[in-house]
Write a protein that binds this ligand. Structure first.
Ligand code: ATP
Length: 223
């Protein structure tokens, strides 16, 4: 029998917001995932210049956000090792820890277009199927030369698409474009609103809004 189907959503989660939770839920449903693991990056190599809340705060906010979803969980894997968080290494470690599982590396279309700047992106498909959702509020043309270049970098000639293809017809290690709903929400916009003293209700789960206020996160304007 095939092993559990695990989605892996990496990110800075600075902070986690409803855009993350909605695509995670959409991926879970569309790809029949048994679990979605949120993996906050301790030291993201690409966002080093960005004002980041302490990793423990970001982890705690994800833990609060996923607490009432039986299929969602948070992983501390990237906190358990020193140095920058490289996703190919994270996936390899997860593949070892969760041996027998089928891994799906989940991402929004903005992250997909960034992949060529990552360390060894071609290794991602050794460990997981790469699943991409069109991120709300950000333009993305899956037929563009930019998207084709990323597919080529990942060693795939073309997208597999769900639907029309059923998830069960797609072998592991492919790059798939998944039709999902998504929200035009970004962590940057949330940080900006908090710094301006504005409400972030209905953009983050209530427990996350309370946590941000209680710990005075994002109070200073970002440069
Ligand atoms: P920032 O605004 O600080 O850059 P972010 O909102 O993009 O942060 P990340 O933690 O960098 O959040 O994102 C983690 C993953 O979630 C990425 O793959 C990203 O594409 C995806 N994602 C983030 N926001 C959305 C959204 N609103 N809809 C769909 N996917 C999203």
């Amino acid at each position: 029998m095939a092993g559990p189907r695990i989605g892996v959503l990496g990110g800075t989660f600075n902070p986690v917001h409803l855009g993350h939770l909605l695509i995670a839920e959409e991926f879970r449903e569309r790809l029949a995932l048994d679990r979605v693991l949120f993996v906050p990056a301790a030291a993201p190599p690409h966002k080093g210049d960005r004002r980041l809340a302490d990793p423990l705060h970001r982890y705690a906010m994800v833990a609060l956000a996923v607490a009432d979803h039986p299929a969602f969980a948070v992983s501390d894997l990237e906190f358990r090792r020193p140095g920058p968080s490289y996703s190919a290494v994270t996936l390899e470690l997860l593949a070892g820890e969760l041996s027998g599982s089928l891994l799906y590396f989940l991402m929004g279309s903005d992250t997909f277009l960034d992949l060529p700047a990552w360390r060894t992106p071609e290794r991602l498909t050794t460990w997981a199927t790469v699943a991409v959702a069109h991120r709300g509020g950000v333009s993305f043309d899956p037929a563009s030369p930019a998207a084709a270049a990323v597919l080529a970098r990942l060693g795939r000639p073309a997208w597999r698409r769900v639907p029309p293809e059923p998830w069960s017809a797609i072998p592991p290690g492919e790059v798939i474009l998944v039709e999902t709903a998504s929200l035009p929400v970004s962590a940057r916009e949330i940080r900006r609103r908090v710094a301006e003293g504005r409400s972030v209700r209905f953009l983050v789960p209530p427990a996350v809004a309370d946590y941000i206020a209680a710990h005075h996160l994002y109070a200073d304007p970002e440069r």
